[in-house]
Design a protein around this ligand. Structure first.
Ligand code: ADP
Ligand code: UDP
Length: 237
């Protein structure tokens, strides 16, 4: 399958049409942004790692019964995916307090929750991806109640699967962001990516951060951290 025309260039990926209207090619870049685009940089090799990691996790999730857009890895940085209409919600699942949760509610990072926290943001860069609840999402007609229920169910299933998988790799899954989309027949599937850009991953033994927080917080060792989580994942292939 060949790239036809550039449909969209985002902060981390480019999206191309193909000869098949139901399929897209995503190409992962090394560009990194944080704080709604205010901080910009490059993480050398990130595109390759995020592409390969996301594909491996999506393949595992599909085998575990969680439908998603992954079709075929075409090259180090490029993947064929099912085209969906993205539901404009950033679906965040949290197992341990961190990031904006800690900031917003004034709690330390690193406090485990008794049950996962699911939250939604309106995927809208101009508004800074504001937090919203189900009734906001319904009022804004971002999705139907049935779709939101299904998205929540799938997000929690992803959490259960990935927490267990990462634990086997000696990695603690703190929180992550998912995006879902609709196929032409209305079926909701998981889309976008699952990578150290979109997850908080802490070394289970040392607590060391192995994700994009190293870039956001200028902790150094960004490339090494991405390579380390990829190595851990590959050991469990
Ligand atoms: P952003 O738009 O946040 O800058 P990216 O650089 O990752 O993000 O761009 C990828 C874009 O492709 C995102 O807008 C994402 O919602 C969209 N996308 C991801 N998977 C699919 C898919 N299967 N079909 C259609 N669009 C997708
Ligand atoms: N996240 C993401 N994209 C976003 C916002 C958040 O991938 O636009 C991920 C982030 O990497 C983390 C989780 O979602 O794993 C929760 O992020 P949080 O709300 O704490 O936001 P942040 O600390 O990035 O402001």
């Amino acid at each position: 399958m060949e790239k036809k025309e550039l449909l969209y260039e985002g902060k981390a990926k480019k999206v191309y049409t193909t000869d098949d209207p139901s399929l897209l090619i995503v190409a992962y870049k090394d560009d990194a942004t944080a704080f709604n685009g205010l901080k910009k940089g490059t993480i050398v090799g990130k595109g390759v790692i995020n592409n390969q990691m996301s594909n491996r996790l999506m393949a595992r999730l599909a085998a575990a019964g969680i439908p998603n857009h992954f079709v075929e890895e075409l090259s180090e940085r490029e993947t064929l995916v099912k085209k969906v209409t993205i539901v404009p919600l950033e679906v965040i699942v949290r197992n341990i307090s961190a990031g904006s949760f800690s900031k917003r509610y004034g709690v330390d990072e690193g406090i485990p929750f008794e049950a996962p926290v699911v939250e939604f943001s309106y995927k809208n860069d101009a508004l800074g991806d504001p937090l919203l609840n189900t009734s906001h999402a319904l009022a804004l007609k971002l999705a139907t109640r049935e779709e939101i229920d299904r998205i929540r169910e799938l997000a929690l299933a992803v959490d259960r699967y990935l927490q267990d998988f990462w634990a086997q790799c000696g990695v603690t899954l703190v929180d992550f962001k998912l995006e879902f989309g609709r196929l032409p027949d209305g079926t909701i599937i998981l889309a976008d990516e699952i990578s150290p850009d979109t997850c908080r991953l802490w070394d289970s033994a040392t607590g060391e951060k192995l994700d994009k927080d190293r870039f956001r917080r200028d902790l150094g060792g960004v490339e090494d951290a991405y390579a380390e989580v990829m190595r851990r994942l590959m050991e469990h292939e």
